[in-house]
Every structure is written in structure tokens, then in C-alpha cells.
Design a protein around this ligand. Structure first.
Ligand code: GLC
Ligand code: CA
Length: 540
């Protein structure tokens, strides 16, 4: 294969440590829990694990509020456990990718503790402060988790800026000393042998609150190039930035093949399609299917040879894809596999979020069973504004981040085998039916479909290098495309809906080899059953 960057042919698995596996029965997943599941991950065949944050944190936002970047939070274990995880994962040929939260720290970080002591304190300028009077914030910017983005500190007679919770003060990237401390910290982790980094809300670091700018600030790419030069370029790392505001044009800059910024970004254009345009994620709209195809095709086409895509349906902030755009009832298995085939046939680095490989579903809980700060704030805010409880709960059931955060379903024993203690968040009651133990053994399971897709990616260069051509752009039910390089042509055909449709691609597929299909076999080439998905290959 001509590609020399390991992460171009890699499949990455995301672990949300709190919810993965609990080794000491305190109800919270931890690093030793992850170590105990490395065999499972190796069996699936993934190359790297992205860990959501495990650094020391008061856990106001489940670890996305870091109070010490160079220590592990005691709920997850110790620095020694982390070193052991890196080492043990290495023995399974799995690299560990850490989550870097660089836009903000916790208010309990010693930098912030110092910063709020006085305006003259050397750490004061590590954060974003504005003068003002109590009750009259500098402007009306809102925080992502509700309320004003400005918090008053009476001792200083100043406001600090926070794009997320009040316990997540924004860091001031304009300060070169702060930037240097960040680089030193990253290099310290790199020396410990991590395989890369995921960069939390990285497009927000260059905010300019006086101009109302949150993401894509004017100095963003200058900062990224400096960051990359001082850290990532010194080692063979994968880096992926979370960038809600990325366009294909910006993504080419971020992921330019000259390696000056990052390996790739997570962009969310496809993911935002089922909300009312210009509104919040809670304002639900039906998925515009033709638009979904157009968006994917555009990203595939415009980054080919000029940048690199990440491919994902899920993460710890998103509802479960099988409940969202698949079918979590009768066709759960077929639709989960269809969504997998559709995504894993494209160009880019696929990410699998824990439980996705089992077709885990959303959970519809009562409000007091939710734990996520965003969900709880939304509920309160909307109740105060007089929304109907039923409508709020519908939005929460569809979009709450806790849909992704229910414990991993390992087996059909107590608490799905996640813990013998009291789980920090309720286990989805469907674990007796949906669990890893059952699926590893069942050759027709969602798990084994993912495993096979990973194997195919290793075997056929066309999956990595091939260009992309959308077929049947106007078809209301079928998502089909061709990938092609000098070695082969690949055809992916997916029926996206719960109905039987005619397949106009029968002729094209006639002489091709069927690589994978989500039913036991293809009954009639010209008919696609509900959610039927096929991947064909013709070598040249
Ligand atoms: C990112 C994370 C999310 C977190 C937020 C603030 O969007 O994925 O979980 O709450 O940043 O750090
Ligand atoms: Ca634990």
C-alpha cells in the first residue's frame, strides 16, 4: 500500500471510560476495567482506542473539566494504571489516544485558583477576563450548557468567559506562556508512549468574545500550526480535532497532507441534518435523506487527495445511530449493519463508539435517571420557560448525550456485567437481549459484521485509497456509491429504509464478488429487503 501514515488504514474505537468496565465495583468504569477488555478489542480488530478524558477532574462535565493535565483522576485509577494500559494495549497492537481539552480547564485547576487571586497574578492572563459591573455582563453571549457565558468574580470585579459550564473557564490562547505550558504537557504524554490525541472543541480556542466570535477565530490556524510544530510533528501520532464549524475548505487546511496542523477533524455536517435549521439540537426534524447523500458525497469528493476524513455516526455526545437513523425495533440488527457497511465503505478513518458494534440503542429514562449536565440544564431551562414536559422528554429521549453513556452491555448478568456495584447511570434494560457475550459467538451478529468490515479494510487498498462516486443521487431510498483505485472497483448499495425496494444496480453488480451483506445471503439481486446492504468488489 502506498500510504505510509498508519492512521489512514486504521480503525479507531472510542471508549467512554466511566461507562466501559468497572474493575473495583464502585459503579464507575476505570482504567483497569479497560485493561481487562483488551482481548475483546483485539478480537474486534481495531488499531487504536480514543479514551475520553481520564485526567484529574471534579467531573462537572464527566472529565471535560480538567484540574490536572498530568495526573489521572482517582475514579479512573492512577498514573501507573495509565502507563500499564499503554503498555498492555501495545501488546495487543492497540495504540492509546488521549483526549486533550485545551479550550478550557476546570475552575479547580491551580492556574485558575491562582488567576482569580488578583489581576496581577502571573496566571491571571491564562484566562479570559473582562471588567464590568455585577449583573451587567460584557455582552449577551450564551454558554453551550445554558446561561450566560460570563461569570462574575466579586474579588476581582471582573467577569471570566466560559463557553461551557461555569466550572469550565476558557483558556486564553493569546498568552504565549500558557501555550508553552500546554506544549510541555503534550510532549510529556507523548514521551509516555501515547499514540495520538483527540482535541476537544479545538475550533473554539481562538475565540474573540468582544466580537462575539466562538469558533474559527482569526488566529485559529496560526495556533494550530504552532501547536503541531511544537508537539505532534515530533512523533508519529494521529491527531483529530473536534470542529463543529468545519467546512470542506477548512477541513483541507486542518488535515492538509503537509502535516502542518492535524491528521483529520471530526465535522458534524451530516450529524446536524435532523434538527430544524438554525435551531438547537433539541428541535427535531426528519432526516432529509437526499441531503445526507449530498453531504457525504461532497466531503468524500472534496477531501480526496487534499485532506483526510474521519468517519463516524456516534460518539459520547450523540444519540445511538441505530435508534436515530436506523430501526431499533424489528430491524435493529439489519439496520445497525447497514449503517456500518455504508460508513465503512467510504474513504477516511472510521471511528466506532463503544457499543455501536453491538447495535446498542438509545435509552428512554425518567428525568431523575439522567446524569448529563447538558440534559439536566436543558430540562430546567425549558421547564422554566413553560415548555410541555412531554415535549422536553421527547427531545431528551431522542438527543440526550446520556443515550451514549449508559453502561457497556457485556453480558446478561447483573448490570450487564459492567459492575457489581451501583452503576453511576442506569443500565439500558435491553441488555439481556443486546450484549457482547452473545454477539461474539453469533456469526450473524452486529459485532461480527464490524469485525469483518475491519478485516476487509486491511485487505483491500481500494477501501483506503479509492475515490468516491455517488450513484442514484435522486433515489429516495437507496444510498449507493462506487470506490475505485488502480487495483479494484468497489460498489456499496444500501437500502436506508424499512421497506422492500427495487435495486436498479443489478447489472453493475453482475460480475462482481459479494464481499459482505447484512442478511444471510442475497436472495434476489434485483430486490433490496428492508435495510439491506451489500458491498461488492471487482479486482482489476
Ligand atoms: C466537547 C465534548 C463534550 C464536552 C464539551 C466541552 O464537545 O465532546 O463532551 O462537554 O466539548 O468540553
Ligand atoms: Ca471503578
Amino acid at each position: 500500500m502506498k500510504e505510509d501514515k498508519w492512521w489512514k488504514s486504521a480503525v479507531i474505537y472510542q471508549i467512554y471510560p466511566r461507562s466501559f468496565a468497572d474493575s473495583n465495583q464502585d459503579g464507575i468504569g476505570d482504567l483497569q476495567g479497560i485493561i481487562s477488555k483488551l482481548d475483546y478489542l483485539e478480537k474486534l480488530g481495531i488499531d487504536a482506542v480514543w479514551l475520553s478524558p481520564v485526567c484529574r477532574s471534579p467531573q462537572d462535565d464527566n472529565g471535560y473539566d480538567i484540574s490536572d493535565y498530568q495526573d489521572i483522576d482517582p475514579v479512573f485509577g492512577t498514573l501507573k494504571d495509565m502507563e500499564e494500559l499503554i503498555r498492555e494495549a501495545g501488546k495487543h497492537n492497540i495504540r492509546i489516544i488521549m483526549d486533550l481539552v485545551l479550550n478550557h480547564s476546570s475552575d479547580e485547576h491551580h492556574w485558575f485558583q491562582e488567576a482569580k487571586k488578583s489581576r496581577e497574578n502571573p496566571y491571571h492572563d491564562y484566562y479570559v477576563w473582562r471588567d464590568g459591573t455585577e449583573g451587567v455582563p460584557p455582552n449577551d453571549m450564551r454558554a453551550a450548557f445554558g446561561g450566560s457565558a460570563w461569570e462574575w468574580v466579586p474579588e476581582l470585579q471582573q467577569y471570566y468567559f466560559h463557553q461551557f459550564s461555569v466550572k469550565q473557564p476558557d483558556l486564553n490562547w493569546e498568552n504565549p506562556k500558557l501555550r508553552q505550558e500546554i506544549y510541555d504537557m503534550i510532549n510529556w504524554w507523548t514521551d509516555k508512549g501515547v499514540g495520538g490525541f483527540r482535541l476537544d472543541v479545538i475550533d473554539q480556542i481562538a475565540k474573540e468574545p468582544d466580537k462575539g466570535i466562538t469558533n474559527n477565530g482569526p488566529r485559529l490556524h496560526e495556533y494550530l500550526r504552532e501547536l503541531s510544530k511544537e508537539t505532534f510533528q515530533k512523533a508519529d501520532l494521529v491527531t483529530v480535532g473536534e470542529a463543529w464549524g468545519a467546512t470542506t475548505e477548512l477541513a483541507r487546511l486542518y488535515s492538509s497532507p503537509d502535516n502542518s496542523e492535524l491528521s483529520m477533524v471530526f465535522q458534524f455536517e451530516h450529524i446536524c441534518l435532523d434538527q430544524i435549521e438554525g435551531k438547537e439540537k433539541w428541535d427535531l426534524a426528519p432526516l432529509p435523506f437526499l441531503k445526507l447523500k449530498e453531504v457525504f458525497a461532497r466531503w468524500q469528493r472534496e477531501l480526496h487527495g487534499k485532506g483526510w476524513n474521519s468517519l463516524f455516526w456516534n460518539n459520547h455526545d450523540l444519540p445511538r445511530i441505530v435508534s436515530r437513523w436506523g430501526n431499533d425495533g424489528k430491524y435493529r440488527i439489519e439496520s445497525a449493519k447497514m449503517l456500518a457497511v455504508l460508513l465503512h465503505g467510504m474513504q477516511g478513518t472510521p471511528y466506532i463508539y463503544q457499543g455501536e458494534e453491538l447495535g446498542m440503542t438509545n435509552a428512554a429514562y425518567e428525568i431523575d435517571e439522567y446524569r448529563d449536565i447538558e440534559t439536566l440544564n436543558l430540562y430546567q431551562e425549558h421547564m422554566e420557560k413553560g415548555f410541555k414536559k412531554e415535549d422536553i422528554m421527547n427531545s431528551i429521549h431522542a438527543k440526550s448525550r446520556d443515550n451514549a453513556r449508559t453502561p457497556m452491555q457485556w453480558n446478561d448478568e447483573e448490570n450487564a456485567g459492567f459492575t457489581k456495584g451501583e452503576p453511576w447511570i442506569k443500565v439500558n434494560p435491553n441488555y439481556k437481549k443486546i450484549n457482547a457475550a452473545q454477539q461474539v459467538e453469533d456469526e450473524n451478529s452486529v459485532f461480527n459484521c464490524y469485525k469483518e468490515l475491519i478485516r476487509l479494510r486491511r485487505k483491500y487498498s481500494v477501501l483506503i485509497e479509492g475515490d468516491f462516486r455517488l450513484l442514484l443521487a435522486e433515489d429516495e431510498n437507496i444510498f449507493a456509491y462506487i470506490r475505485e483505485d488502480e487495483s479494484a472497483q468497489l460498489l456499496v448499495v444500501c437500502n436506508f429504509y424499512n421497506k422492500t425496494v427495487e435495486c436498479p444496480l443489478e447489472e453493475s453488480a453482475k460480475d462482481m464478488e459479494l464481499l459482505i451483506c447484512n442478511y444471510k445471503d442475497v436472495e434476489q439481486a434485483a430486490i433490496l429487503r428492508p435495510y439491506e446492504a451489500r458491498m461488492y468488489l471487482q479486482e482489476k
